[in-house]
Design a protein around this ligand. Structure first.
Ligand code: COA
Length: 316
């Protein structure tokens, strides 16, 4: 049986930054409140004319350049996103066009902030089945395009960016175990409704407090569930690479793992919540900064709208 392994990572962040001080000029808030409640200091925001597929394309190029691959070696593209350029075609097809790769399948996965784990799990399954050998997996979102900048308890959170990995068939794992799960009952706590009649843009509506509690409880359970049956225990995990939603959620998960925060890759201060992009952005940062080293064990976990959640235990 074949396994899958991450052989390269890449990232892209738009140049424009939106700091807490910038937000103080938009609504009644303070840098201190935002830092204390969320851990966020700034976010990157797309320029006019830039779209999710642009970010995804540049992250993909970065990953391809760092690998030993020619782009034409890739035989499947999966993009996790909630903010596609268009209702259709998919961002994955736009990335395929921009990369100039022909005759391979490309599709999007939509699981909001858990999207990257869903896409990774899908890619891992394709490799294990023997159907594909080299898969480009991207998490990319322009959350600023669906943010209501009059809603201060919500607008402080979101940022834009993209992260990419190349997953390759391997004799050894790689991806040790992944979990994906969902519960559609809580739709109204975190969603973007369609509002075709009142001419308003479609923006995120969230009951932050309720989402916070469910996220912490769910991520608490996922740690034990992920480790079960793997032969690994909490103490074997070198790094936690979590979805970056709120520093207090990250701290709660680290506590559950008996981990100190210096073993958690934290990017929320610089990126905010970039939804499907946050885990691959954090993974890329951990690897390129030299903190995460070859053969180390990493737990990646995410929770998001749906609700959806997921985790991956991997050896880099
Ligand atoms: N600046 C200053 N005050 C603010 C504010 C802001 N940006 N946003 C809200 N407040 C105020 C509220 O009006 C409220 O005031 P009141 O007590 O006088 O009524 C007070 O702060 C507390 O509001 P609350 O919404 O309960 O804050 P909170 O501690 O829950 O923090 C979030 C809000 C959004 C930061 C927090 O709930 C959160 O991060 N939730 C998780 C969201 C998430 O991660 N979603 C994505 C999942 S992938």
């Amino acid at each position: 049986m074949s396994y899958s392994k991450i052989v390269a990572t890449g990232s892209f962040l738009p140049k424009k930054k939106l700091s807490n001080t910038d937000l103080e000029k938009i609504f009644d808030t303070s840098d201190e409140w935002i830092r204390t409640r969320t851990g966020i200091e700034q976010r990157h925001i797309v320029e006019d004319g830039q779209s999710t597929s642009d970010l995804a394309y540049f992250a993909a190029l970065d990953a391809i350049e760092k690998s030993s691959y020619d782009k034409n070696d890739i035989n499947l593209i999966i993009v996790a996103t909630t903010t596609p350029d268009k209702i259709f075609p998919s961002v994955a097809c736009a990335v395929q066009r921009k990369l100039g790769i022909k005759n391979i399948p490309a599709f999007d996965v939509q699981a909001v902030c858990s999207g990257f784990i869903y896409a990774l799990t899908t890619a891992d399954s394709f490799i294990k089945s023997g159907m594909y050998q080299k898969i480009l997996v991207i998490g990319a979102d322009c959350m600023s395009t669906i943010t209501d900048y009059t809603d201060r308890s919500n607008a402080i959170l979101w940022g834009d960016g993209a992260g990419a990995i190349i997953l390759e068939a391997s004799e050894e794992p790689g991806i040790i175990k992944s979990i994906i799960n969902s519960n559609g009952e809580y739709e109204d706590l975190l969603h973007v409704p369609r509002k075709p009649k009142d001419n308003k843009p479609n923006t995120i509506e969230m009951q932050g407090n309720a989402v916070f509690k469910i996220a912490v409880n769910t991520l608490d359970q996922i740690v034990d569930e992920t480790l079960q049956g793997t032969g690994f225990s909490k103490g074997d995990i070198d790094w936690l690479v979590p979805h970056q939603a709120n520093i207090r959620i990250l701290q709660a998960t680290a506590k559950k793992l008996d981990m100190t925060m210096d073993k958690v890759i934290v990017t929320i201060n610089k990126h905010g919540n970039t939804s499907a992009a946050s885990i691959p952005l954090a993974l890329n940062e951990g690897i390129t900064s030299g903190r995460i080293k070859k053969n180390e064990i990493i737990l990646m976990e995410a929770f998001g709208g749906g609700f959806t959640w997921g985790s991956s235990l991997i050896k880099v």
